[in-house]
Design a protein around this ligand. Sequence first.
Ligand code: C5P
Length: 228
Amino acid sequence: MTTAALVLAAGRGERLGRKEPKAFVGLCGRSLLARSVSALCAVPEIDWVQPVLPPDAGQLPADETAWIHPKLLDPVPGGDERQDSVRLGLSGLPESVEFVAVHDAARCLVTPESVSAVVRAAWTGRAALLASPVSDTIKRVQGRQVIETPPRSECWAAQTPQVFAVDLLRDALELAWNDVFLGTDDAELVERMGVPVEVVLGESDNFKITHPEDLARAERVLADRGEA
Ligand code: C5P
């Protein structure tokens, strides 16, 4: 099954408070983007890896190793919204691609083993994502008022990669475009078409680097892995 990965790196990441785009920020000497690309290139089920860069970035951040790999495609520019970046990333893929794994470059500690598991689930059921059960009780809130407490046993935190049959994701993006609907992840676009999406247990280290303290947490994970 020909499978590609989109590595989304087109966001500014303003909450990190750095002048360069978030995915270009260094972590123990390598950018978040380079780390994500290397993890995805190491997955046997993935044939192609497509970076999606900020429209004004020009070129990939300096890295001596990550950009020399036979699976790596030329980067394409992303868009204003994450959903636009997915759409633009899809348009750069070879026609032979049947499945696509959409991954946030900012989740740069993902392991090839987790990626393999979610890709294989999607090969069977057409749509799957990595996620982890939440330990806190989740509240739906409007203003400052709680409007719902969904059963905690049914609440999972979505991660990436999220993997789909390419045709299914294209249809979901087109429907969202027509409905002027902006989702907060890709699976949501597929769910609203009534298509089942399977959850595959992800690792707690696959968190999204968002705030400055997340970089320190990521450094500790890399030190534990002996990679710092
Ligand atoms: O902003 P947030 O951290 O939720 O973004 C998740 C991922 O999506 C990041 O890796 C970011 O670079 C990417 N993104 C993108 N295009 C955008 C916005 C976000 O590729 N317009």
